[in-house]
Design a protein around this ligand. Structure first.
Ligand SMILES: [Zn+2]
Length: 544
């Protein structure tokens, strides 16, 4: 009896077996192990080991590292038999299958590999699905590449648009579907590889032969309004495209490298512009602080964090919160990423002599109530920002610092007088982006001890953490979208005097802690306990 055995091995409890047997009574065709796995009572590895033992076959615990290039069997057939040849040799072919005893699959594969001995191993259906999807994608892109080669030879290829355009659209659409922010087309000795950035991490997705890469690169440059024949100088450009009735803008840049032009396409997804500060993911307590800071009539409020931490989104959402018909808002940005209604946006242009500092001086003559400075990079900009803050303007800007408290010393290190910083600063927020758990495949899991040990004094002993297991909706990653974790402090009288006295970071931190200040790790932990993200994500971006 499978169930009894599992109890004996300590994999499940008698109560769990009882529950699962009841489910099986209503669905007699379902396998006990399948139900146990779906209820998350056993891990994928245990599922595979137990089932393999029952079927007397070997199993493979992951298909992540198999090479897709050698698989020549049409995907339609693989989809039918739910199996994938993973190691193909002349006399022997290893096949990973959801059902390794399926005779039907055997006869199919024997036709493809007539001289080989077939060996079937068990694989999990989720892993099979993942590979099938990748293969389908590859088949489609290969067809397009083939058509481009025919076009390059001057042959007529059917289709409303040229194959080059269809391939570019395929790459862009596929990248957007996977929630990518950038597409990197990077030349190599033999052609090019295409990597896409998803939630901050680069993934290699496709490769192109040299002739196809040249055709694609030229076409993108043409669409982006760049000089196609100029290949030795970096260029910038952009284009727009309708995909599935959504409008997308793309910013394109090219950079000459030894193997050719590296092309990066940034996807400016208007659907991603956050309109309201309620929806950017900031936790309720920190939102309250942020709102209080934005209500101040004057002073500097800073959003800090590394590149790609969502600072711009928070700034735009903040502007949206404070802008109104009775307020004049001017921004100076480099570059203007999104055009907003009712706000005067100025693009910095150093070539034309319009620097951050220069633009700011002109802006002050335009009688604004609120000024947003894309980033404070130099003392000149900082001094004007402080002056503006002390003369009745609310100034919002960003700084590159690791945490909120460091913003104070950063400004002083840049050359600002401590008493000026103290007088001007109203508050600082620091933030990071974390991936959000996919709601469609969310399941409880046990983080490793390395993650649990440091926080055991902060959580209850039987605390359960959640993360996505990977499904069609989240491209098997377990995550969909991102949210932010943050820390924020406002400058009160006491803190103002500490800053004016040029007290160091530790002392400022101690004062804030005495008033209940919590760093962003705590904010993140709260979100992990709320099932919004995984514990790993918090450790990835924040320190306890
Ligand atoms: Zn999912």
């Amino acid at each position: 009896m499978v169930g009894e055995n599992l109890i004996k091995k300590g994999l499940i409890t008698p109560e769990q077996l009882q529950e699962v047997l009841q489910i099986k009574q209503q669905n007699p065709t379902r396998k006990l192990l399948d139900i146990l796995y779906d209820k998350n009572y056993i891990s994928k590895d245990n599922f595979l080991r137990e089932l393999a033992q029952e079927l007397k076959v070997k199993y493979i615990s992951s298909l992540d590292n198999i090479s897709l290039t050698k698989i020549k069997v049409p995907v339609t057939i693989l989809k039918q038999v739910r199996a994938i040849p993973i190691d193909i040799k002349l006399d022997r072919v290893l096949i990973a299958s959801e059902n390794p005893l399926d005779w039907n699959a055997k006869s199919y594969f024997q036709r493809f590999f007539p001289d080989a001995k077939l060996e079937f191993v068990l694989a999990h259906k989720e892993d099979i699905d993942k590979v099938l999807k990748l293969l389908e994608n590859k088949e489609q892109i290969n067809k397009l590449k083939h058509e481009i080669k025919r076009e390059l030879r001057g042959e007529e290829v059917p289709g409303e648009e040229s194959a080059v355009i269809r391939l570019i659209k395929f790459i862009i659409k596929s990248s957007i579907d996977q929630h990518a922010s950038d597409i990197h087309i990077e030349p190599t000795q033999k052609g090019a590889i295409i990597r896409i950035r998803i939630y901050g991490t680069l993934y290699e997705k496709w490769d192109l032969d040299e002739d196809v890469y040249n055709a694609v690169a030229s076409r993108i440059k043409l669409e982006a309004g760049m000089d196609v024949s100029e290949k030795r100088k970096p260029q910038d450009g952009g284009f727009s495209m309708e995909l599935d009735k959504n409008h997308f803008d793309f910013r394109v840049s090219s950079l000459p490298t030894v193997w050719g032009e590296s092309i990066v396409i940034r996807i400016l997804d208007k659907r991603n512009i956050v309109k309201s500060i309620n929806t950017i993911g900031i936790s309720p307590q920190n939102l309250e602080y942020l709102r209080a800071a934005l209500k101040k009539p004057n002073g500097i409020f800073l959003v800090t964090g590394p590149t790609g931490s969502g600072k711009t989104t928070t700034l735009y959402a903040s502007l949206h919160e404070v802008a109104g018909i009775d307020k004049k808002v001017i921004t100076v940005e480099d570059p203007v990423e999104y055009k907003l209604d009712g706000i005067q946006q100025v693009q910095v242009n150093p070539k034309a002599g319009l620097t951050f500092a220069g633009a700011l001086r002109s802006i002050l003559r335009q009688d604004p109530d609120i000024i947003m400075i894309g980033e404070i990079r130099d003392i000149e900009t900082l001094e004007i920002a402080i002056k503006a803050a002390l003369t009745g303007h609310l100034v919002l800007s960003t700084l590159h610092t690791n945490d909120a408290i460091s913003a104070v010393s950063r400004m002083i290190d840049m050359g600002a007088e401590p008493y000026m910083v103290a007088a001007a600063l109203v508050g600082v927020e620091a933030q990071r982006l974390v991936k959000k758990n996919c709601p469609y495949c969310l399941a409880p899991y046990k983080p490793s001890d390395a993650y649990l040990e440091p926080i055991k004094h902060l959580i209850k002993k039987d605390t359960v953490f959640y993360k996505g297991r990977g499904c069609e909706k989240c491209n098997m990653t377990g995550y969909i979208g991102r949210t932010l974790i943050s820390e924020i402090f406002l400058v009160d009288e006491k803190l103002e005097s500490l800053i004016a006295k040029n007290k160091d970071k530790t002392e400022l931190g101690e004062y804030l802690k005495s008033k209940g200040y919590k760093n962003m790790f705590y904010d993140g932990l709260r979100k992990a306990l709320n099932k919004e993200t995984s514990l790993e994500e918090i450790y990835r971006v924040a320190k306890l």
